[in-house]
Design a protein around this ligand. Structure first.
Ligand SMILES: [Zn+2]
Length: 349
C-alpha cells in the first residue's frame, strides 16, 4: 500500500482525496439531475402529445418559436377561450408549452390550458393538467380550486373534498365551498331514502354555510309539507321563482294565509282570489301585478333571469355554480314584468 500510495500518511494527501470525493459526488448529482430534468420534460411532452388533436385549426405547429411570442400568444389563447373558441386556444397553449423549457415559465399557460379543457367539457384532460401542475407546485391555490371544480362536475365529491385539505393548510376559508360540495354529495346520493334525505336537509337549514335556496328547492321536490314549514319570509327574495312556478296543487294554504307576502305572491299569480285588495308583498314586481289586477287587467306575468354576483353575467336558467366563472353561492334572482303568454305555468323542480 505504501508503495502504491507513498504519501498515504501525508495529511495533504487526505485533503486531496476528500476534495476528489466531493467533486465526484457533485458531478454525479449534476449529471443525475439533468438526466432527471430531461426525463421530466420528455414525460410532459409525451403527456401533452396525448392531447394534441389532429385538427390543425391554426397552423402554428411549424411557426419558429421566439420567447417574445409567449405574452401575445398567451393573451390570444385566453381571448379565444373567452370567446368559446376552445380548440384554437388549446392549440396555442400546447404550442407554447412545447417550446418553453422551465416549469416556472409555463405554469400559467398550463393553468390556462386546464381551464380551457374545463370550460370545453374535457374534464378528464383538465384533471390531468391540474394534477401535473400540482405535482410540481402543490401550493398552487387556484389550481387546487379548479381541480375541485373538475371533481365536482365529475360527481367525485370525496375527491373534491380532498382538495380542501391543502387549501385549509394554505389558510383558505373553504367553509362555504365545503358545504356546497357536501350538499351536492347528499342531493346526488341514491343510497339513502328520500325520508332520510329530507331529515338531513332540514338539519342543514340550521347551518349558515349551506345555501337556503338549494335546500328549499330540494325539499319542495321531496316533501312539500317540510318545505312549506321551513319557508323563511326574510329569504323569499332568493326563492321567489321557485314559489312562483309551483303548481297550484303544491300550495299549502294554511301557511300561505298566515303571511301577507305569500298571499300577495299567489294573488299576483292568480291562484288566490282577491278578498283583500290591500295586500302588499314589498316585492315591487308582485305589488305591481296586484295593482294592475285591481284595474281589471290580468295580462302581466313574471319573467326570471339569473345573475352572477361575481362576474355579473346573466343567464336564462338557474345555476348552483356560475356557468361563466364557476362562483358558488353567487346567484341573484331577477324578476321582470312581462306580458302574459298563453301557457307559462311550469315547475322549476
Ligand atoms: Zn360568474
Amino acid at each position: 500500500m505504501d508503495n502504491i500510495l507513498p504519501a498515504y500518511n501525508d495529511p495533504l494527501f487526505s485533503i486531496l482525496v476528500i476534495i476528489i470525493l466531493v467533486l465526484i459526488v457533485a458531478i454525479s448529482s449534476f449529471v443525475m439531475g439533468s438526466i432527471k430534468e430531461k426525463k421530466k420534460r420528455k414525460t410532459l411532452k409525451s403527456f401533452l402529445k396525448g392531447f394534441n388533436t389532429k385538427e390543425h385549426v391554426l397552423n402554428i405547429e411549424e411557426m419558429p418559436f421566439d420567447s417574445t411570442l409567449i405574452k401575445p400568444l398567451s393573451l390570444l389563447a385566453e381571448a379565444f377561450s373567452n370567446q368559446g373558441e376552445y380548440q384554437k386556444s388549446i392549440n396555442l397553449n400546447i404550442y407554447l408549452i412545447e417550446h418553453i423549457d422551465t416549469f416556472f415559465d409555463k405554469e400559467k399557460i398550463l393553468e390556462q390550458l386546464g381551464r380551457t379543457y374545463l370550460k370545453a367539457g374535457f374534464l378528464k384532460r383538465s384533471e390531468s393538467i391540474f394534477l401535473q401542475i400540482l405535482n410540481k407546485h402543490p401550493r398552487n391555490i387556484q389550481t387546487l380550486y379548479n381541480l375541485g371544480i373538475v371533481y365536482e362536475l365529475l360527481h367525485e365529491y370525496d375527491k373534491a373534498l380532498n382538495t380542501l385539505i391543502p387549501l385549509n393548510i394554505l389558510e383558505e376559508d373553504t367553509k362555504i365551498l365545503e358545504a356546497h360540495i357536501k350538499l351536492n354529495r347528499l342531493l346526488n346520493n341514491r343510497k339513502i331514502s328520500p325520508n332520510e334525505k329530507v331529515q338531513k336537509l332540514e338539519a342543514l337549514l340550521e347551518n349558515k354555510h349551506y345555501a337556503y335556496r338549494r335546500i328549499i328547492k330540494a325539499l319542495f321536490s321531496l316533501n312539500l309539507e317540510v318545505a312549506w314549514n321551513n319557508i323563511q319570509l326574510d329569504k323569499i327574495d332568493s326563492i321567489l321563482d321557485i314559489l312562483w312556478f309551483l303548481p297550484s296543487s303544491n300550495l299549502n294554504l294554511d301557511i300561505i294565509s298566515s303571511s301577507e307576502t305569500l298571499l300577495a305572491i299567489y294573488l299576483a299569480k292568480g291562484y288566490i282570489k282577491p278578498n283583500e285588495v290591500t295586500l302588499k308583498s314589498n316585492i315591487f314586481a308582485i305589488d305591481t301585478i296586484i295593482a294592475v289586477k285591481q284595474t281589471g287587467s290580468d295580462n302581466i306575468d313574471l319573467l326570471f333571469n339569473y345573475g352572477c354576483g361575481k362576474c355579473k353575467q346573466h343567464f336564462p336558467i338557474s345555476f348552483t355554480r356560475c356557468p361563466k366563472c364557476y362562483a358558488i353561492d353567487a346567484i341573484q334572482i331577477k324578476e321582470t314584468l312581462a306580458k302574459k303568454k298563453s301557457q307559462t305555468n311550469y315547475s322549476l323542480l
